[in-house]
Ligand binder design. Sequence first.
Ligand code: 0X9
Ligand code: ZN
Length: 430
Amino acid sequence: MKQLILSLALLSFLSLRAGAEEGNTSFNQLLKHITTVSPEALAVPEPSIDKSLAQNADGRFWVTVKASDARARTRLLEAGMDIVEINGENSSGFAGPHTMDILSSKAFIVTNRMTIAEYAASQGKDFPAADSAYHNFKETTDLLKQMAAANSDIASLFSIGKTVEGRDIWCLRINSSAKGETPSSKPGSLYIGNHHAREHLSNEVPLLFAAWLFDHKNDADIKKYINTLDIYIIPMLNPDGAEFDIKTGSYQYHRKNMSTNSDKSRGVDLNRNYDSWWCEAGASTYPGSDTYCGPKAFSEPESQAVKRFIEARRNLKTHISYHTYASEILYPWGGSDADVPAKDKAIFEKVGAEMGKLTGYLSHKSSEMYIATGDSCDWAYASGGIFAFTFELDGRGFYPGAAIITSTVNKNIKAAVYLLSVTDNPYKAI
Ligand code: 0X9
Ligand code: ZN
């Protein structure tokens, strides 16, 4: 039975690839691939955790700690805890040995703790058959190249820089008049995925949004945006981390990039590495922790690449950075309880609420989730006045399976298109 399922998946995969080679992979083909593969084969990409994690070799635990408000959650981030779920007064997430030491002090109440293996088992996850529906780095690269080639009148592809391990950070540009890195004075919109390695769904959304835009390039509204705007899509900002997360065939729950730190631990949290109140509240100075802010602001090639990219494009007006998972839309400030100026606050609230209606996500100020400094959207707004939103996509875990891709992508296309509709002048939204 399993063999039959795998053959069907393989056939579907091969027919998709055949289409890709002819340069005609469309959004619908991509989704068809995702939805026609049997649910069992799609109970991927949950290569789950590997044997070393099953023995808890990296010493991390899944913990639940009392934290009554955003301030208390910020203290947990500073202890190095990686908060993944917030349920009323309880916050749950990952904690390494150093963080566990801090959490064992009287200042914290830990109500539950499990090894990573126990956590994975509690999620009802098993070793998966495959993870074919999600796009790894090579598949993402191939698809971006193929879409750019097939739509060369309006699209171009370039690398905004190299990662720690030397991979290209690809950027697809959609603009009817300017190609590559040629400046444009048209208002710009920027979509970035995969700051965090294990948040694979956050690559799929911007990647498939690009495919959808090409499929709909002759619709009146989309045509207008392509002719009048400067659209940039960087689906995979942290390909090193994303590849590390899947390369054994078993998920590693890896969040950060792949820098080697002073203590030989791996990774800086890219969403704590931007120069917005860098490494103040909600970030950890301990290299082994998941919220490690790095040795200095913009220490990492991936965040440096975004910095260079944004600073070179003062035409950018709107931005979404995709993450998982909470079904929420977050806007600045996330690094402070303070409000942005009233005029901009009204725009963030209105545009966030509209995108909330289209996705069903709850839109609110980022710091209400927790204060975390050094995040990309705070920096994009502070440095470029860009209306920058963090999307926490659907799911009840970092590895929600492939069946979630279609619905998540479809609702997020609506929000992303809405953002395009206000990019010419976000202040017109109210
Ligand atoms: O903590 C983060 O970087 C984001 N959540 S995630 O689970 N994807 O890691 C949320 C960032 C929101 N920003 C702030 N609260 N500052
Ligand atoms: Zn994230």
